[in-house]
Design a protein. Structure first.
Length: 255
């Protein structure tokens, strides 16, 4: 069932796209007021402001990307502010419905420097190079092995001296029994339906997977791709512990 995550996101993109990005009741379709929508996009601007300040303080004081890739763009929460900080942006997502909503959001704001591309497990339609690659609260929804392949594909498209900012979850503060049930629900649709009912959702509500990554494996992938100048900022969303890896693809002699 893990391979169905793209199908789930197509359904989420059609049924409840903003809630699927930020799981707060304010962003559910039936609650999505103009104030909630404004706050949704303000949160994206605040994150990009924080990220650019972090990069300019620790990696490149003159950081101003020319060509940016927003991987897992969703409805464009980060694409919108990235478009104002880059000459051009490629916004990609596995869900056509998410891409259509992101395109509508950009058009409504008069944004014309964004290209929308559907992604697959090999990024076959996404051509580099990029001098900035961004992805936040995305990989957690992708099965780990697929996600690790995608990290490699992204780094191959990052030019020398380019900067990446990729976010991953690595731990969930919950009981072993709950983790076991969640793993089963990832592989057995009937169990997922049962969990939906127990948690008060329609039985066939699409799955929003939460996958944990091995930080040791991610560090190895970065090292093998000459991403040696690396910062880590820890995150926590509810029970999910994560790490934002911000790095520059720049060769250094071995220590």
């Amino acid at each position: 069932m893990a391979g169905d995550y793209v199908k789930d996101w197509e359904q989420l993109g059609a049924a409840d796209p903003y809630f699927a990005v930020l799981t707060n009741q304010r962003f559910q379709r039936e609650n999505l007021s103009e104030d909630a929508l404004r706050d949704f996009f303000i949160s994206g601007q605040q994150y990009i402001d924080f990220l650019f300040q972090l990069i300019r303080t620790h990696l490149d004081v003159n950081f101003q990307p020319v060509r940016t890739l927003d991987f897992g763009c969703g409805v464009g929460r980060l694409t919108v502010p990235l478009s104002a900080n880059s000459t051009s942006v490629v916004a990609c997502d596995a869900s056509v419905n998410m891409l259509l909503e992101a395109k509508r959001n950009c058009e409504a704001r008069g944004i014309s420097n964004v290209e929308f591309v559907r992604s697959d497990d090999y990024l076959s339609e996404i051509k580099g190079p990029f001098d900035f690659i961004n992805s936040f609260i995305v990989f957690q929804h992708i099965p780990r092995r697929k996600g690790e392949r995608l990290v490699q594909a992204l780094l191959e498209r990052l030019q020398d001296n380019g900067i990446g900012a990729l976010h991953f979850t690595y731990h969930k503060a919950t009981s072993g029994a709950r983790k076991f049930v969640k793993r089963l629900s990832h592989s057995v649709r009937l169990i997922h339906w049962a969990v939906n009912l127990l948690e008060g959702r329609p039985f066939n509500y699409p799955m929003i997977q939460m996958n944990e990554y091995d930080l040791n494996k991610l560090c190895l992938i970065l090292q093998r791709n000459n991403c040696h100048h690396c910062l880590i900022r820890f995150t926590r969303h509810s029970m999910h512990h994560g790490a934002l890896l911000v790095f520059q693809k720049k060769h250094f002699d071995s220590l």
